[in-house]
Ligand binder design. Structure first.
Ligand SMILES: Cc1cn([C@H]2C[C@H](O)[C@@H](COP(=O)(O)O)O2)c(=O)[nH]c1=O
Ligand SMILES: [Mg+2]
Length: 187
């Protein structure tokens, strides 16, 4: 299968990175929301409007994307997927404020998956134009200009539990991906 893996929220732990950076900068005024209480996909929507600038300052900061921790189990699962013979690509959308985000997404992949994996990166604002059998993504609804070729498998996070459909973690990936159909109709 051609497997598209989203980066933030699937491989890179955007939530933990935000939580730690927020507590360092702002914890004395408004402690970071515990992960299990996050409900909105965009973190700014779970914080009071009065903190919008401060929320954005956290993930616009230099080093934020580069230093995100790895989601536990992701690297080992990618190695296993490659060993099974799957074609694995990273399919990621940068912020419009791309100055640090964009190069740091590449740095993150180089640092955590190795320089060869950089060749596997697909950076796009519209994931529906990208071919694949499956897109593993934490966004509850991935939309764009086309009807996507891929099946969306939701990577489980507290802020996407309202969405229907197959739901994956780095513990159950093997069983969940086994249910996905490929372009030619085979498993
Ligand atoms: C505010 C906010 C932004 N994001 C960002 C993080 C990334 O730049 C994109 C999604 O990237 P992905 O690799 O395609 O997951 O959106 C976010 O995920 N959550 C937020 O709250
Ligand atoms: Mg994501």
């Amino acid at each position: 299968m051609l497997i598209l893996l989203d980066q933030d929220g699937v491989l890179a732990d955007f939530e933990r990175g935000f939580h730690e950076a927020w507590d360092t900068r702002m914890g004395n005024l408004h402690p970071a929301l515990p992960l299990e209480q996050r409900r909105a996909f965009y973190v700014r929507d779970d914080y009071p409007d009065t903190y919008r600038n401060e929320v954005e300052a956290v993930y616009h900061a230099q080093g934020f994307y580069r230093d995100l921790p790895v989601i536990s189990g992701a690297i080992e699962a990618i190695q296993a997927l490659l060993e099974f013979g799957h074609d694995v690509r990273i399919c990621t959308s940068p912020l419009n404020q791309y100055r640090f985000c964009l190069p740091e997404k590449y740095e993150w992949v180089e640092r955590n998956l190795g320089p060869d994996f950089v060749h596997r990166m697909i950076v796009t604002k519209d994931k529906t134009v990208i071919l694949g059998d499956v897109l593993v993504d934490d966004k509850p609804s991935v939309t764009g200009t086309r009807t996507p070729a891929w099946q969306h498998v939701i990577f489980d996070q507290p802020y996407n539990r309202q969405a229907d459909g197959p739901r994956m973690t780095w513990e159950n990936w093997n069983a969940v991906l086994g249910t996905v159909r490929t372009f030619d109709g085979k498993h």
